[in-house]
Write a protein that binds this ligand. Structure first.
Ligand code: GLY
Ligand code: MN
Ligand code: MN
Length: 431
């Protein structure tokens, strides 16, 4: 791992929160992700399943976490199974978790080799009445691949048909949605690495550079600061490419007079940041570009103020829509008739701002977190309004990550990333 080891107190706390919500005589199991194949003998880089990471810190394939708070043997209340390492593996693949390292990383005292799983698990299942399965209930999930977790669930259903089943995911969605201070600190580190990348490219962008050259500059800065790389596929979109919301080709040359929308951010220790900045390729906003830019910035600032305990996500989006509508009227992109005649199910502002304003962020970029109940302190959201005007060859989005506070305005993890048009211009022109 490139990141500094995380204090295992975080994972102990996380397990405690999960176990506090388990029913009596129940057991919960969490699996690592598979290493996904490409073809022949090549594979995708390993990405740990965020739930087992959240509960154990184990960042290795073929790891299983078992939580069984009512186990008769206290040693069996928390167990970690890791792939047995040996000298051959050490030579070919490098360091893997030994039992001692696994304890150090996770704070779990009982660590077994994976080869013992079947026997130990059968024994534990004879004591348990309920098994918690971890299915993916994220509101945007669209997974077609069978995961290691899916295979495990299938195996359990075949072998232990008499056990009752329960769902881990709602518990995880709730507890992962409210961040611990240690998590906020890790997310701050991700945002700070993102800031370094952004400051680097402010010195680099000029007419004639290619979008992929900018992508490379970010990656260079991220990795040299102990990030594994991008938290999500970066969007480096000049001119009208910014009006393709999920533009990821990043293969065009940046032209004088165009704006450049960059939705790009670093991960750190598996935690995401999620930044968007829009800058003028030549270092100076044209008057109309600045007018629209400042409108987006005002919407972002107004939206941010609404992220306080008690706010409902759906109401918030409606309110942000009103603020956006008034800016679009001032920009003369909408007129009064457009608003009076609008379809309430698809309000007029959506012609220019067609995506959501905020999502939870954390171990996943579009993170777990309650969306139907009131917001709470410790939740972390993006704030990312945009105005997209293909007929004017510009698309502008600005995105920050903020933490809801008990009182007052949220705390902006991206407060140090240049955002004012004048500051961006100054840094681009004079360094
Ligand atoms: N970068 C993905 C998003 O903004 O949601
Ligand atoms: Mn983004
Ligand atoms: Mn986002």
């Amino acid at each position: 791992m490139k990141y500094h080891q995380i204090d295992n107190g975080l994972f102990k706390k996380n397990r405690k929160k999960f176990m506090a919500q388990m029913k009596p005589q129940s057991i919960a199991v969490f699996n690592s992700n598979d290493i996904y194949p490409i073809s022949a003998d090549s594979t995708m880089p390993f990405e740990q399943h965020r739930d087992i990471f959240y509960l154990s810190g184990a960042d290795q394939e073929e790891t299983i976490l078992v939580l069984f708070p009512d186990a008769l043997d206290p040693k069996h209340r928390e167990l970690l199974f890791v792939r047995e390492t040996n000298e051959h593996i050490a030579v070919w693949e490098g360091e893997k978790l030994t039992k001692e390292r696994a304890t150090e990383v996770s704070g779990i005292q009982t660590v077994y080799w994976l080869s013992d799983f079947e026997k130990v698990f059968f024994d534990l299942m004879t004591e348990a009445h309920i098994i918690y399965f971890n299915t993916n209930e994220h509101y945007r999930q669209a997974v077609e691949t069978q995961t290691r977790e899916d295979r495990f669930i299938q195996m359990c259903r075949d072998k232990f048909p008499a056990h009752q089943q329960a769902k881990s995911n709602p518990i995880l969605q709730e507890i992962r949605g409210v961040k611990e201070i240690e998590e906020i600190d890790l997310m701050q580190q991700a945002c700070t690495i993102t800031e370094k990348g952004f400051r680097r490219i402010l010195q680099f962008v000029r007419p004639g550079v290619w979008e992929y050259e900018i992508e490379a500059e970010y990656l260079h800065e991220f990795i040299r600061n102990r990030s594994k790389g991008f938290a999500y596929t970066p969007i480096i979109a000049s001119g009208n490419n910014a009006n393709v919301l999920h533009y990821v080709e990043n293969n065009q040359q940046c032209a004088d007079g165009d704006l450049l929308l960059m939705d790009v951010a670093a991960e750190y220790a598996n935690y995401s940041s999620d930044m968007t900045r829009t800058i003028p390729v030549n270092g100076r906003f044209m008057p109309r570009q600045k007018e629209v830019y400042n409108a987006v910035l005002r919407v972002k600032n107004e939206a941010t103020k609404m992220l306080v305990p008690g706010t409902l996500w759906a109401d918030y989006h409606k309110e942000v829509g009103k603020v956006m509508t008034s800016e679009l009227l001032q920009l003369k992109l909408l007129d009064k008739a457009d608003v009076q005649n609008e379809n309430k199910a698809w309000p007029a502002y959506k012609k220019y701002f067609m995506h959501g304003t905020s999502h939870h962020i954390g171990l996943d970029t579009h993170d777990y977190g309650a969306l139907k109940t009131p917001m709470k302190a410790g939740m972390v959201f993006t704030v990312e309004p945009g105005i997209y005007i293909p007929e004017e060859k510009m698309g502008i989005r600005i995105e920050d990550n903020v933490v809801i506070q008990e009182q007052g305005e949220p705390f902006n993890l991206m407060r140090n990333i240049p955002i004012m048009a004048a500051e961006i211009e100054e840094l681009m022109q004079n360094g």
